[in-house]
Design a protein around this ligand. Structure first.
Ligand code: ARG
Length: 467
């Protein structure tokens, strides 16, 4: 799509009636949005076709003019799609680029399209349509990511790994359970996406500049034609808020934050020191100097994309802060933030879905790590409460002494001889060894939402039914 800046310095053909001369070069440069809002061409044309059709239906323009307009707009759509459209910066934005081309194609009838509308409701419409489509795409992509996790969780419902707090070994969990934690996070992100679609599902077109219009338009008709639930209810609000875009960015930021935590875990897990997972060749890179290396670049970049997305959210919040109602040109700065964040988010979700599906899980390494670091100490304390009737605080203390002893002997809790354990507390019997293995520990945590394989399978079934 070429962009020309060779037009001469005459006033703007779309609004230049009261202007004697054209804008200064700097004015033109700061004012133009065509460089980025050309992305909205399909939405702009859809909106204009719905608007023209409604105008004709209401008898505001003739059926012949409507037919010419619709035909011309469809021609422009194929011109842009095939790269045969010359965008002009002098015409500022996508709306005026399309309308000017329409005038060239069909003559004076083109001038009737802008009856009963303004670029203010036009841009609000185009951008809403774009964000709505992006949200729908995000919803599908999150469903794909959740599906990838459900498959891995099913496969590893029994695979034991260390659970961490403070990144220190805490208690054994299953890898399936860990995967399901991400299913919960991305499931909430997806439901935020669904709510955002509901919030923005109102058609702005017909709000006109800010006050509505005196023409007998039918906003319900255009809303329906464009796939919106209903028209917006306040024309001032319609052209002056961009909260739908901010909501998209906020969701992108939260999802990006979740993705970055997963990315960080993959970075840690794939180190030779951890060795919990091996990334496929498809999702890692080599080093140009160190032949042994396999770097988790995709995960690192997903982690970094969060920075860009957060930046976009803060940028748009700041652009909108303190703007008086209704439209101000400041709002033109909304689009690049959303386009950039959307591209980052799509890439990040796609890369993560690929990595989760492709990575090889080293269950042996996970299990070995799960057993080290006295991860079953809580199980010993719980056993003392249950079997020996100790108050939990006392059991905690007794267990602490057992851990100290095992540490001094450089062995695990399960390797301490019974005599040693009985010296710490006489009521300990050899039954205690049943709870000191990681498998027993994990299997015992059957509380709702707990890590026992039986519970994890229940949660997988819950999500399968909803995905
Ligand atoms: N390019 C503008 C934007 O993105 C379109 C709306 C212009 N409206 C106006 N009254 N100048 O916000």
């Amino acid at each position: 799509m070429a962009e020309s800046n060779t037009d001469t310095k005459s006033s703007n053909q779309m609004w230049g009636g009261r202007f004697a001369s054209g804008p200064d070069a700097i004015m033109e440069e700061i004012n133009a949005s065509i460089g980025f809002d050309k992305k909205l061409f399909a939405q702009d044309i859809r909106g204009s076709i719905a608007h023209a059709t409604m105008l004709a239906h209401q008898g505001i323009i003739s059926a012949e003019d409507k037919d010419k307009i619709v035909h011309g707009l469809n021609t422009i759509l194929s011109e842009i799609e095939s790269g045969n459209f010359e965008f002009s910066r002098r015409l500022e934005d996508i709306h005026m680029n399309i309308e000017a081309r329409l005038a060239t194609l069909i003559g004076p009838a083109a001038g009737r399209l802008h009856t009963a509308r303004s670029r203010n409701d036009q841009v609000a419409l185009d951008f809403r349509l774009w964000v709505k489509e992006e949200l729908e795409k995000t919803e599908k992509m999150l469903t794909g990511l959740i599906a990838a996790f459900l498959d891995r969780a099913e496969e590893h419902a029994e695979s034991v790994m260390p659970g961490f707090t403070h990144l220190q070994t805490a208690q054994p969990v299953t890898f399936g359970h860990h995967c399901m934690a991400y299913v919960e996070m991305f499931g909430r992100d997806r439901s935020r996406v669904r709510h955002a679609i509901e919030h923005l599902d109102e058609s702005p077109i017909g709000a006109a500049a800010l006050a509505g219009t005196g023409y007998p338009i039918d906003r319900h008709m255009t809303a329906k034609a464009l796939g919106f639930r209903e028209p917006t209810r306040n024309s001032i609000d319609t052209v002056s808020d961009r909260d739908f875009a901010i909501e998209f960015l906020a969701i992108a930021a939260i999802t990006g934050m979740h993705l970055s935590r997963l990315a960080e875990e993959i970075v840690i897990w794939s180190t030779p020191q951890f060795g919990f997972v091996r990334l496929s060749d498809a999702f890692s890179t080599g080093s140009s100097i160190m032949p042994q290396k396999k770097n988790p670049d995709a995960a690192e970049l997903v982690r970094a994309k969060t920075g860009r997305i957060n930046g976009s959210l803060i940028a748009l919040l700041t652009i909108m802060k303190g703007l008086p109602l209704a439209y101000s040109k400041d709002m033109q700065e909304d689009k690049e933030q959303v386009f950039d964040a959307a591209e980052s988010l799509e890439l990040a979700i796609a890369a993560m879905t690929g990595m989760v599906r492709d990575m090889t899980v080293n269950t042996g390494r996970m299990k070995a790590a799960a057993g080290s670091g006295f991860s079953t100490a809580t199980d010993l304390a719980d056993w003392l409460v249950r079997e020996a009737g100790l108050p939990f605080r006392d059991a905690h203390h007794v267990t602490g002494r057992a851990v100290a002893l095992a540490e001094s002997k450089s062995c695990d809790l399960a390797e301490l001889p019974l005599a040693d354990l009985q010296a710490i507390h006489p009521d300990i019997t050899d039954k205690v060894y049943d709870v000191l293995t990681v498998e027993a520990s994990v299997a015992s945590r059957k509380s709702f939402g707990g890590t026992a394989p039986s519970e994890v399978r229940k949660q997988i079934a819950f999500w399968r039914a909803r995905n």
